[in-house]
Design a binder for this molecule. Structure first.
Ligand code: MG
Length: 216
């Protein structure tokens, strides 16, 4: 059973929702246009990789990208939640990687096929331990970063989200329903790039969470 750590205790993960195209500069770097509503896809819990884990690059891809994202842990079931109440459903905040086989994704997009092969492979959902929501005064004012081999690769600021967290949680609760233990990967800022075997990654979220991964 897949679990994440919240303030030292294990929480069983239910669903893993991911949001695409949620930062304008990243939308632009891939040549996409902003969406009228949140772009949602899913990863299986078998894709989870906890702090300290080894990323396995799939043999069919030559271009696996890091996407560094704030990850929300949902604390209780939510259905048709208003934006004004949405943050009450958050149990914790962490930092993660939505790993993406970019070459595979491009092929799938061209064929109009789902992104599963590009986004859902084993170890494609890296995630830190979670800090309790009570420790975060304003989750739309958090900075986060990724370094690879000691070099800064991505820097994010949650104030720049196109769809803020309350809107995402409200939207997901209405369309799909949220369950205690769900994770939401909230989109990457610009700076996505290729990972290589041997890379050492460090993720950090504003003094709240940190995680390290190596690429096998
Ligand atoms: Mg992403």
């Amino acid at each position: 059973m897949a679990t994440v750590s919240l303030a030292g205790r294990d929480v069983t993960v239910s669903n893993i929702f991911c949001i695409g195209r949620n930062y304008a500069a990243h939308v632009a770097e891939l040549g996409n246009r902003p969406e009228a509503e949140p772009l949602v896809f899913l990863k299986p819990t078998s894709a989870l990789l906890a702090d300290g884990g080894r990323i396995e690059l799939p043999a069919y891809s030559q271009d696996v990208h890091h996407e560094t994202e704030l990850v929300v842990l949902i604390g209780r079931d939510a259905r048709h939640v208003a934006e004004a109440d949405a943050l009450d459903y958050v149990a914790g905040y962490g930092i993660g990687l939505d790993l993406t086989a970019r070459d595979t994704q491009s092929e799938l997009k061209a064929k109009g096929m789902p992104w599963t092969k590009a986004k859902a492979f084993a170890t494609a959902a890296c995630v830190s331990a979670f800090a309790p929501a009570s420790a975060v005064a304003n989750p739309q004012a958090l900075t986060f970063s990724l370094t690879v081999n000691g070099e800064r690769r991505q820097q994010g600021d949650t104030a720049l989200m196109l769809f803020p967290l309350a809107q995402l949680i409200s939207f997901l609760s209405q369309h799909y329903g949220l369950t205690a233990g769900d994770l939401i990967y909230t989109g990457t800022p610009e700076g996505v790039a290729r990972l290589q075997s041997g890379d050492a990654l460090t993720l950090s979220l504003d003094g709240l969470a940190q995680a390290q991964f190596t690429v096998a």
